[in-house]
Design a protein around this ligand. Structure first.
Ligand SMILES: Nc1ncnc2c1ncn2[C@@H]1O[C@H](COP(=O)(O)OP(=O)(O)O)[C@@H](O)[C@H]1O
Ligand SMILES: [Mg+2]
Length: 277
């Protein structure tokens, strides 16, 4: 080992979102200039209350807004340095970026294994390679191996979330956009799923952009976080710093000081002022 190795270079971004605006139905302005970046090999959290614009941001990245009559009207999105606005969702999947949708969306009538295999539809490298990756998914999700012949519609919410992530893995992604994986799941299962995300990140090098309302759990697994309110990033920083930030504690972690009101009761203008001061 040489001791003259250069200092670590700043992490290269795998994903960059620059000042995007999104409008639904030609008139409803929902994202008002959102910028964020995810380093290669990172886990970055996109946080915010219901309706803040998290899903819209993920769908803008993966080009799924058209189905919702939504459109990116300003800004740019770069995956591995190349603009992706004009790619179809499938082209982006082929390039290595895939979204796991909120609400999981399994094919209820198909078996767990057939659901997983639908994730390989963009691949051209043959059955043997796909089979190998299926086995890899089962090593990360042993529960899915046990349930592989069950009809997905009859598995638990946690198993369906695992199936949705496993299916995304079958596309061999470099990056997964994961929308609210904790939604509707018991705390222990949420922990189990985030532990798997962490392992996939460390062992398979998959980068994650994680949209979550569950700030507490997201900031324990992410390295960096962005907080969205009404379509704008109001705060961003290292996960550790966000966890210690008084406003984040008060509004998003529910550990505010004595006599403080819950963030729902604090008038919006005051919150804005506090965030920006
Ligand atoms: N298809 C749509 N048409 C019009 N408005 C929408 C549509 N989808 C979402 N919105 C609005 O955009 C805002 C952000 O929604 P969303 O991105 O789903 O937030 P989050 O994922 O943070 O809960 C909300 O006010 C929501 O009502
Ligand atoms: Mg959402």
């Amino acid at each position: 080992m040489s001791n003259t190795a250069p200092a670590a270079a700043p992490a290269e971004a795998i994903l960059e979102v620059n000042n995007i605006e999104v409008i639904y139905d030609h008139v409803i302005l929902v994202l008002k200039g959102v910028s964020l970046s995810v380093p290669r090999g990172g886990i970055t959290a996109l946080l915010g209350a219901n309706g803040a614009g998290k899903t819209t941001t993920l769908k803008a990245i993966s080009n799924l807004l058209h189905a919702e009559r939504g459109e990116v009207t300003k800004g740019s999105i770069l995956f591995e340095g190349g603009e992706v606005q004009n790619l179809s969702p499938n082209d982006l999947v082929r390039r290595g970026c895939i979204q796991v949708m909120e609400g999981r969306h399994c094919f209820g009538h198909l078996s767990v294994e057939d659901n997983l295999l639908t994730g390989a539809f963009t691949r051209r490298d043959g059955q043997a390679a796909i089979r190998q990756d299926l086995d890899l998914v089962y090593t990360y999700f042993p529960r899915l191996k046990e349930r592989r012949n069950s009809q997905a519609g009859y598995t638990s919410g946690g198993e369906q979330q695992m199936t949705a992530i496993g299916r995304a893995l079958l596309s061999r992604p470099k990056m997964i956009l994961l929308d609210e994986p904790s939604m509707g799941l018991a705390p222990q299962l949420v922990e189990e799923i985030f532990e798997i995300v962490k392992k996939l990140n460390e062992e398979q090098g998959v980068s994650f952009l994680l949209a979550e309302q569950n700030t507490n759990v997201a900031l324990r697994y992410a390295k960096y976080g962005y907080i969205l309110e009404s379509g704008r990033v109001v705060l961003d920083g290292e996960a550790q710093a966000l966890r210690e930030n008084e406003d984040v504690k008060e509004f998003y972690l529910g550990v505010g000081g004595e006599g403080r009101r819950s963030f729902r009761n604090v008038k919006h203008y005051k919150r804005r002022k506090r965030w920006l001061s």
